[in-house]
Design a protein around this ligand. Structure first.
Ligand SMILES: Cc1cc2nc3c(=O)[nH]c(=O)nc-3n(C[C@H](O)[C@H](O)[C@H](O)COP(=O)(O)OP(=O)(O)OC[C@H]3O[C@@H](n4cnc5c(N)ncnc54)[C@H](O)[C@@H]3O)c2cc1C
Length: 371
């Protein structure tokens, strides 16, 4: 495959990562993005050691570390502020040899964008690929990769005659970025939970964090956004001080409501020379904390199998076999945590993500990542 042409649909984290890694190995890449610029939507993202491994392979991990924060602990509280559980992120970092980094999407994407530009690859913006155009791309390129996200992936529609419907999981997230008094979070991810409700706050810098408020709700797109925001303020008005601080000081432009969907495990990700990766293939819930990490892993594994196998069918089949169980495990964790918080009447504060030992998590996250 080396030297051959790859079309990538979608310049999100998965698409750009693939474009960088493939170009570094000598593939000729064309990257199509429907928007007029790279999306920096989303309040923040935590890149766990598996993601940092891939970013190191791309040569950008130090830049990402410099721009992001390095949370050292994740502490779980009830809605009154009593500590329920604690998870030692520093230990995970030591065991893997990679930091865990929290970062604003605009900073992450600007590093990736710059790296791609330095490799001489221009993104074709304002190019919303349609399902019917994929047949033409299929002819013009050796490989067509859909990295076009969870909700409306056209490449996924091309692969599946029966449209794959993303699954609403019964809860919403409202996300934003807030400025804070420097000592509020002390480098600790704060995860406040009650039955049917959650408020998570992730530090980036001493005075900057991103957060997500979540609660069980039916989808109602007719309700004005201001109603949802008002409800959020009421719901969490008696929660601990850190919650009150972020609710007082958020950047209004960063506020966003999300009806949270994931997709079911898919039986295949490719047909002929058309493949899906990232959220288009295996979108997990945000409660997994792994969507972007898994999209990065896809990019790295895909380039590896293409390097290894001249036969494209063998390469893409091998890619699916290598990735499906790990990607599905993230989806499962996301659903379990979400069910526990948002649908379980008998709320149990001990979430699987925190109940698992550091060593087990390291084994899970670093599985399949080696030189
Ligand atoms: C609230 C929330 C919190 C999260 N927190 C984390 C976290 O802490 N850690 C983590 O690892 N993950 C997290 N995630 C998940 C993460 O954001 C996604 O999994 C990740 O962005 C997926 O990357 P992707 O490249 O596959 O898709 P996307 O980022 O969705 O990119 C898809 C791209 O394709 C483009 N596109 C779509 N259709 C077309 C078309 N027809 N033609 C051309 N271009 C098209 C889009 O414009 C977009 O640029 C979180 C998600 C949410 C909602």
């Amino acid at each position: 495959m080396n030297g051959k042409r790859i079309a990538i649909v979608g310049a999100g984290i998965g698409g750009i990562a693939l474009a960088i890694l493939a170009t570094q190995k000598g593939y000729k890449v064309s990257l199509f993005e429907r928007d007029i610029k790279i999306s920096t939507i989303g309040a923040g993202v935590t890149l766990w050691p598996n993601a940092m491994f891939v970013l190191q392979q791309m040569g950008v991990h130090e830049q990402i570390q410099a721009l992001g924060g390095m949370p050292m602990n994740m502490r779980q509280f009830d809605q009154y502020g009593a500590v329920q559980n604690e998870f030692d992120i520093a230990k995970i970092n030591t065991l893997t040899g990679f930091s865990s980094v929290s970062i604003l999407p605009r900073d992450l994407m600007s590093v990736l964008d710059r790296t791609l530009a330095d490799l001489g690859v221009n993104i074709h913006f304002n190019s919303a690929i349609t399902v019917s155009e994929i047949a033409q791309l299929k002819q013009d390129f050796d490989l067509v990769v859909g990295a076009d996200g969870r909700m409306n992936s056209v490449v996924r529609q091309f692969l599946y005659a029966e449209k794959v419907a993303p699954q609403y999981q019964g809860f919403i997230n409202i996300i934003a970025i807030s400025q804070l008094k420097p000592s509020t979070l002390d480098n600790v991810i704060h995860d406040f939970r009650a039955a049917g409700e959650r408020f998570g706050i992730v530090p980036i810098k001493a005075d900057l964090c991103y957060w997500a408020a979540g609660w069980s709700a039916d989808i109602d797109k007719t309700r004005p956004l201001c109603d949802w925001y008002e409800q959020m303020h009421q719901r969490f008005s008696t929660w601990p001080d850190a919650v009150q601080q972020v609710l007082k000081s958020y950047n209004k432009d960063s506020l966003k409501l999300i009806f949270v969907h994931d997709i079911d495990r898919l039986p295949y990700w490719h047909q002929d020379n058309v493949l899906i990766i990232g959220d288009a293939a295996h979108a997990p819930l945000p409660t997994s904390g792994q969507g972007a990490c898994q999209a990065l892993e896809d990019a790295w594994h895909l380039v590896r199998v293409l390097e290894k196998h001249d036969d494209l069918e063998l390469a893409l089949t091998t890619f699916y076999q290598q990735r499906i169980d790990k990607a599905s495990a993230s989806q499962l964790v996301g659903r379990k945590v979400a069910q526990q918080i948002f649908t379980s009447k008998a709320h149990n504060n001990e979430a699987p993500a925190l109940g698992i030992s550091a060593q087990q998590l390291v084994t899970l996250w670093m599985q399949g990542l080696d030189n």
